[in-house]
Design a protein around this ligand. Structure first.
Ligand SMILES: Cc1cc2nc3c(=O)[nH]c(=O)nc-3n(C[C@H](O)[C@H](O)[C@H](O)COP(=O)(O)OP(=O)(O)OC[C@H]3O[C@@H](n4cnc5c(N)ncnc54)[C@H](O)[C@@H]3O)c2cc1C
Length: 415
């Protein structure tokens, strides 16, 4: 944001918070315009027009991780997965393009990287994930050199990885390394392996996809993925569980495991995750130096009052995946609670639903879904027994539903 834009914004938004004094409109500031933050900003405005909402996002546009694996397979283009923030602005959300450099929970204000502070009555933090690069020796340098990529945040790395796959010789080996769970999108790596195998089958049939998983087995929709690999990609996909990446050698494109080294032609390492940096800086991280525990009735942080944490940054409730679907639902729980709290009403817990589609080829997909409701005895959101499940089999119909799901959640999150 240019300095003159910030001054304009500050003039429109007095720096002091005001819900408690009743002198003016209450203000909610939202950090991060991904699935969680954009949805929260949008729904607070939908449910109470009297609340002023400011969304701070460092990127100029939203780019969806869901469907980004299809870009790697050559079945979609990245611009098709991107959206602007204009519709949110039309709903009265003030969108600020900047990075939140610091949060002062005592003063109830945030500091912007390009200068200036904004006060809030309630703060929503949905920063997604950052990576623990140090856990994979040599990773940071290899990534800087463009030799080893994660492509686990959709954007330039997605395009760079696609280029590496296109340039790979027929007969080459693409190695995908998966960290121990929890990581964002449990089925995402196996979807990636499948669509890249689909590309190889058609364009470079002597090539291989080698999946190196730190987990003991495929962590989501295991039976459906394994069936797709054996029926659609025999001799192309090889899966190895219990194999944790400990280092990479950028020069020789070698993945170092605890007991052996593997040479690759394209090396795609997804490093272990943690909540986005701003969560750690603010003292919101409560578990393993990684995740932020919340009250699932309101999404309010258990560590810092007045701040609601959403999406991948949260310490997941039992059997709850880190997904766009969940982040979008967390946002609605938070939006409802914030509207209630700012209007002096007690919030009530909501029941939420997760659905994750995965492509196993260009035109066939599979699905997993679950329902989560407040369990007062356990003090958390618990999965509802008998609700949800997985597809019976892969099908073209699920692929149509997957695209419909994506378009619907983009529209729902971004207004
Ligand atoms: C390959 C892949 C496929 C996936 N497929 C699916 C799928 O099919 N279905 C599904 O449900 N989920 C899927 N996911 C998971 C999904 O993308 C994430 O769970 C979801 O994006 C989490 O939303 P979030 O709001 O927590 O984080 P994000 O969507 O990552 O949003 C965080 C935002 O915060 C911004 N930000 C961070 N820090 C700051 C700061 N200090 N100041 C300003 N802005 C900041 C970032 O720029 C970013 O825009 C997939 C993920 C991957 C990687």
């Amino acid at each position: 944001m240019l300095r003159r834009d910030f001054l304009k914004l500050s003039a429109a938004l007095p720096l002091a918070g005001c819900a408690s004094t009743g002198t003016s409109r209450a203000r909610v500031v939202v950090v991060g315009g991904g699935f969680g933050g954009a949805t929260a900003a949008n729904y607070i405005r939908r449910w109470d027009r009297s609340i002023s909402v400011v969304l701070v996002e460092r990127e100029a546009a939203f780019t969806s991780c869901p469907m980004s694996n299809l870009v790697l397979g050559g079945y979609a283009k990245l611009p098709d997965l991107s959206r602007g923030y204009d519709a949110l602005a039309r709903h009265g959300v003030q969108v600020v393009r900047d990075e939140v450099a610091a949060i002062d929970a005592g003063k109830k204000s945030i500091r912007l990287a390009r200068g200036g502070e904004l006060a809030y009555d309630r703060l929503v933090v949905s920063p997604g994930i950052d990576f623990d690069f140090a856990e994979v020796q040599g990773y940071a340098e290899a990534m800087q050199a463009g030799r080893v990529l994660h492509a686990w945040k959709a954007g330039p790395q997605t395009l760079a990885l696609r280029r590496q796959l296109e340039q790979m010789r027929d007969g080459g080996v693409y190695v995908l390394s998966i960290p121990l769970a929890p990581y964002r999108c449990p089925p995402g790596p196996y979807e990636r392996a499948s669509v890249i195998a689909g590309y190889f089958k058609q364009a470079k049939p002597r090539s291989k996809v080698l999946v190196i998983d730190a987990n003991p087995d495929v962590t989501s929709k295991a039976g459906l993925f394994k069936r797709a690999w054996s029926e659609l990609y025999p001799g192309i996909v090889e899966y190895r569980g219990n194999s944790r990446a400990v280092g990479v050698d950028a020069n020789s494109l070698t993945l170092k495991l605890e007991l052996e080294d593997l040479r690759a032609d394209v090396l795609n390492v997804v490093p272990p995750h943690r909540a986005g940096d701003i969560a750690a800086k603010t003292g919101l991280v409560t578990h393993n130096n990684r995740w932020c525990d919340v009250d699932w009735r309101t999404m309010e942080s258990k560590a810092v009052k007045g701040i609601h944490v959403l999406g991948d940054a949260t310490l997941s409730a039992p059997a709850m995946p880190k997904s766009a679907s969940m982040a979008n639902n967390h946002a609605k729980v938070a939006a409802a609670a914030i509207v209630d709290l700012l209007n002096g009403r007690p919030p009530s817990p909501l029941k939420i639903i997760n659905t994750c589609y995965s492509f196993v080829s260009q035109d066939e997909a599979i699905r997993v879904s679950s329902v989560h409701e407040w369990d007062a005895a356990q003090g958390t959101l618990a999965p509802v027994k008998g609700a949800g499940g997985v597809s019976v089999t892969r099908s073209p119909a699920e692929a149509v539903f997957a695209w419909n799901w994506a378009r619907t959640i983009w529209a729902d999150s971004l207004a």
